[in-house]
Unconditional design. Structure first.
Length: 161
């Protein structure tokens, strides 16, 4: 399966100035649990927002920059090339940013979304989820607490046939 995994606000905000807009430890834990051991596809700016490559994952970074070759990653020139590099017999995760989610959406079979309850100013956005194409199959609400500044809901969508 090709799976988009993201945390997005109610207005689909993802981030601003290549930074996340919130700190949700349970979301980070879920992301790590779901993506560990898999190939993850991301744009260059998303990759460069990490202090180092994420452990126990194969990174495929999409970049149009000639000669872009950071250590420890596979570089692809397009979403199609990135998907052709990834194994076809296991789950592959598209992890952002906004432009890469938009490019990956037509190829996706599933969306794992953490819906952050609030509206945020942003410069990167998750694409709108068309209810005619996607079915919400799972929701798990989490209220804000001492470690989580915002309420959020884990949502799983499957592409309709």
């Amino acid at each position: 399966m090709i799976i988009l995994i993201a945390a997005a606000a109610e207005n689909n905000a993802l981030g601003k100035d290549n930074e996340l807009l919130w700190h949700l430890p349970d979301d980070f834990r879920r992301f790590k649990q779901i993506t560990s051991g898999h190939h993850i596809i991301m744009g260059r700016k998303t990759f460069e927002s990490f202090p180092k490559p994420l452990p126990n994952r194969t990174h495929i970074v999409i970049s149009r920059q000639a000669g872009y070759r950071p250590d420890g990653v596979i570089v692809a020139g397009s979403i199609s090339q990135a998907l052709s590099i990834a194994p076809t017999d296991e789950d592959v995760f598209v992890i952002g940013g906004g432009e890469i989610y938009t490019l990956g959406l037509p190829f996706a079979d599933k969306i794992e979304l953490t819906r952050v309850h609030g509206h945020f100013e942003a410069d990167a956005f998750f694409p709108a989820i068309d209810p005619n194409q996607w079915q919400l199959v799972l929701q798990e609400y989490h209220p804000k607490d001492e470690k989580h500044q915002y309420d959020f809901t884990f949502e799983t969508y499957l592409k309709k046939n």
